[in-house]
Design a protein around this ligand. Sequence first.
Ligand code: GLN
Length: 552
Amino acid sequence: MARPKFIFVVGGVMSSVGKGITTASIGRILLAKGLKVTAIKADPYINLDAGTMNPTEHGEVFVTEDKDETDQDIGNYERFLNTNIYSVNYMTTGRVYHTVINRERNLEYNGACVEVVPHIPEEIIRRIKKAQRTNRADVTIIEVGGTVGEYQNILFLEAARMMYTKHPEDVAFVLVSYLPIPARVGEMKTKPTQSAARTLNSAGIQVDFIIARADRELDKKRREKLATFCGIPPQRAISAPDVDVIYEVPLLLEKQKLGDQLLQRLQLRARASQSADWNKLVKRIRTATGQVNIGVVGKYFGTGDFTLADSYISVIEAVRHAAWTHGVKPKLTWIDAEVYEHHPQRVKELAQFDGIIVPGGFGTRGVEGIIKAVQFVREHGIPYLGLCYGMQLAMIEIARHRAKLKTAHTIEINDATSHPIIHVNPFQQKNIRANNYGGTMRLGAYPCSLKKGTQAYAAYRQTLISERHRHRYEFNNAYRPILEKVGVVFSGINPDQDLVEIAEYKPHPWFVGTQFHPELKSRPLQPHPLFLGFMKASLSRRRHHVHKLSTR
Ligand code: GLN
C-alpha cells in the first residue's frame, strides 16, 4: 500500500455552503477510482458530542452504529460512501481537550508542561491517523468545521499544517468557498475567497483546490482571477453552482477532473473506474416522473425552511431515496402540530396527503397536536410512519382512543400518569434523577426480531434486523396485551431485552411505528425497506385517489 493520503476540506467566507456535501462528493469520486476512502468530521465545539446540541441550531444528531451522537455530516458521508462511519471518525474540540486533560491527570506527560501547542494539534493528528488506520483508508478526507479566520478551528488547521510540513506530497487542501453575486452589481465576486485563501496562508497553508460555490457557474475571467490571487492553476478552481439534487455534485466536480487532479497532487494512481452505479442513480433521479405528497407532522417547525431541512436531513433523504426508487419525485410538506392544538378541525387537511410521517422528537411542544394527527390518519387509512417519538405517540393515541385509557401518556411528559404507556427502565431513571443526560440514551445499533405476516416483515423479508436508536423512554410491556386486543401488532421486538421496537395497527392499510430510526440507515444506493414499504403504500393511496377523481 502506498503511504496514506489526507485531504483537508476547509470552508471560506461563510458557513452552510456545502462543505459536508463537497467532502462526501470527493469521497465518492475517489471511491469510484478504486481507492479505499474514509471521511472525518472535526467539529470546533466544546461539546463532547452533538447529542447535547439543539437540532434547530446545529442540525440533526446523526447516530452511528457504535452509539456515537455525531454531526449530520457523518450522515452525508455514509450516504455518499455507502458505508458505515464509526465514532473514531468524529471529533470535537471538547473531545480533543478531554483526552489531553485525562492524559495529564494520569501522569502520561511525564511532568512536562502541557500546552495548547503542540499537545492539542498532536492529539488531533493522533485521532486522524487512528481513523485512517481503523478504516485502512488510502485516502482520508478531513472536514474542518467552521470557516477559516475563526479562532475556533485554528488548532485543527495547525494540525493540518504540521502534517503537511512532514509529508507535503501526502496532504492536500481544498477550500470550499462562497462567491457572492450582489444583486445590484450582478457579477460574481472573488475577493472574499481571495481573502480566505490569504487567511489560510497566514496559518501556513496554501490551498491546492478551490471549490467555488455560487448561484451560477464560474466563468473564465473569475477562474483566472482566483488562480492568480490564490496561487493555484486555473483548472484547480472548480465551479460548483447550486444543484437541485445533492447526489449530482460528484458528477459535477468530476466533469472538471477534480478526481484525477487530486490523485496527481497526491501522487496516487486510480485502481478502477466504478462510477456506473452512481451515474445510474443520478439518471433515475433525473428521470423520475410523477409525484408523491408526504406530510411531516412535528414540532420545531416555526424556524424557517433552512434549519428544518437540516434538523431532519436523514428523514428527508430517506423519503427521497424511496420515492426515486419507485420512480417518483417526493413533495414534502412540513406541518406544525401545534396548529391542531388550537384548531382541531384543521386536522382534516391531512387527507390531501398520500402518506404522513411523524419524526423523532423530545418534550411537550406539539405533542397533543401530533396525537390528534395520528388519530386522524389512523381512522382514515392514510399510510403512517412513526419514527421513535412518532411510534410512542401513536401508541398513546391508540391507548387513549381505542383502549379507552383516557389518561394514557408518556412519563417524559407526565410522570404521574395512571397509564404510563411509555415509561423508563430503572437504569434510565437513575440518569434522569442525576441530570446525567450526555450520551446516556439508548444509542446505536441493536438487533430486532420480526414477526412474520406483518408490514414490517413484508418490508424487510428477514426475521432478524439491526437498526439504530436514540431514545430514553420505551414502550411499557405491561400494556402489550391491552393494545393487542384493539388491533396493535408488536411486529419487532429486541430479543435480548424484550423491548418493543416496531408496532403496527392491523386494521389499517399501512400503519407502522418504530422505536429506532430507520432513516439513519437509508442510502441512495440502498433505500431503506421500511421507507420503501411506506412509499409503496402512499403511492397506492395516491393511485386510488387519482382513480376516484377521474371516475367521479
Ligand atoms: N423523546 C423520546 C425518548 O426519549 C423519543 C426520542 C426520539 O424521538 N428520538 O424516548
